[in-house]
Ligand binder design. Structure first.
Ligand SMILES: Cc1ncc(COP(=O)(O)O)c(C=O)c1O
Length: 403
């Protein structure tokens, strides 16, 4: 049984918020952390705290063991081999790593294909790659509601024969789930490198990178119950091997002379300097926690809440809901005609509702939708119906106040 109250009690911040009269509906920005993650991080600093992959002493070998155990757990969670998983600071760094690493492999007459609904993290690194390589950057368009038409996208792939396809699994601004498997399969017909931005999908969809059949998959731990400052890159092993190294220095090398250096095989060749060890350990605890939950029940709960949310929201005639409500991770973006999203979010904060407003680091999407920003409600499995009711009551008050 999915016991929402038991789950909520695992998240100390939710209890704190409740005492403060705050309802957290901003999980797409960052998720809350269960107690076991907080404990794992402090346990590491209190009891272990040594650097990894260095030192003969037992504290260092214990820290290395925990660090590598977390890699194995996360790898199992997304269905890859541990040596196909590179730790990064987060999704942004992982995309930068790939876009930089592909520099020698992308030619000036080639096409890098993204979509109009990408987060800036999945746009700007490709612009930079286009500048370095002379390749052109193109984007799959969205319709008036911000939805990618898969048939149209397939036509575009056929026409452009891209060298790179980089696409989000789920949109942070609208919550839409893209048909990434279909697009990847089409792009593979032209030997494209394929990258899936899984920053928003890891928590909600439990992606299986082998089933997606992508070459690269990136994510951030903090959006999936883990600490900030840690995330990862899955890469199909030959693809990781083919990438140019990104950042260089200690630890990623096997042999260094003044003139040159030899690099570790992946994933080590991408991990230089002292890593975020406590972050990795904390993320391992987050994955342990998630693995105890029944994914089907989690998804059912999120979708029940989501349906309830958009049905309630649809009652306000002034509200325009954007995005794909049929394929969604549980995130709703909306605009109210004549009202600035910032004003709405500020008034909602006064009512105790924590929301995100603005362009959501997706300015090309906002331009395509013809809006300057939206108000976004993003749910996670630890939200309950009372959270949605509180949001709807606060919105009713706010809209009445500004009418
Ligand atoms: C879809 C998507 N991609 C990439 C990112 C960047 O993630 P981070 O800031 O954790 O690197 C985000 C963050 O909001 C996101 O939602």
């Amino acid at each position: 049984m999915f016991d929402i109250e038991a789950i909520r009690s695992d998240f100390p911040a939710l209890n704190h918020h409740q005492q403060q009269g705050i309802v957290y509906l901003d999980s797409a920005a960052t998720s809350q952390k269960p107690q076991c993650v907080i404990d794992a991080v402090s346990h590491f600093y209190e009891n272990g705290n040594a650097n990894v992959h260095r030192g003969a002493h037992r504290l260092s070998s214990d820290a290395t063991k925990c660090y590598e155990q977390s890699r194995a757990k996360v790898a199992q969670f997304i269905n890859c081999h541990a040596n196909e998983l590179v730790w990064t600071k987060g999704a942004t760094e992982a995309i930068n790593l790939v876009a930089y690493g592909l520099t020698p492999l992308v030619g000036k007459d080639e096409v890098i294909l993204i979509s109009e609904l990408e987060h800036h993290a999945n746009i700007v690194p490709w612009q930079q790659l286009a500048k370095r390589s002379g390749a052109s950057l193109r984007a799959i368009p969205v319709d008036v509601d911000g939805i990618i038409n898969t048939e149209q996208a397939l036509e575009l792939i056929k026409e452009l024969k891209p060298k790179v396809l980089a696409i989000s699994h789920a949109s942070n601004a609208l919550g839409n789930i893209q048909q990434v498997e279909t697009l990847i399969k089409a792009a593979k017909a032209y030997d494209a490198f394929t990258l899936v931005d899984g920053a928003q999908s890891l928590l909600h969809l439990r992606p299986d990178v082998k089933a997606l059949d992508c070459d690269f998959f990136v994510f951030s731990a903090h959006k999936c119950l883990g600490p900030t400052g840690i995330g990862g890159l899955y890469g199909r092993y030959p693809c990781l091997e083919a990438l140019e190294v990104f950042q260089t220095g200690g630890e990623m090398v096997t042999k260094v002379s003044i003139e040159q250096a030899e690099f570790n095989p992946p994933p080590g060749k991408f991990e230089t300097g002292t890593p975020n060890i406590a972050g990795v350990v904390g993320f391992g605890a987050a994955i342990d926690y998630l693995s105890t939950l029944d994914m089907e029940q989690v998804r059912e709960h999120e979708m029940q809440l989501f349906t309830y949310l958009h049905q309630q929201l649809a009652q306000f005639s002034q509200v325009r809901i954007l995005g794909d409500l049929n394929n969604n991770i549980g995130t709703i973006s909306f605009v109210v005609s004549g009202e600035h999203p910032y004003d709405l979010a500020t008034l909602m904060d006064m009512e105790g509702i924590a929301l995100r407003h603005g362009h959501h680091c997706a300015q090309p999407l906002m331009a395509a939708l013809g809006v300057n920003g939206t108000v976004r409600v993003s749910l996670a499995f630890y939200n309950n119906q009372a959270d949605v009711d509180a949001f709807i009551a606060a919105l009713a008050n706010t809209l009445e106040m500004i009418a």
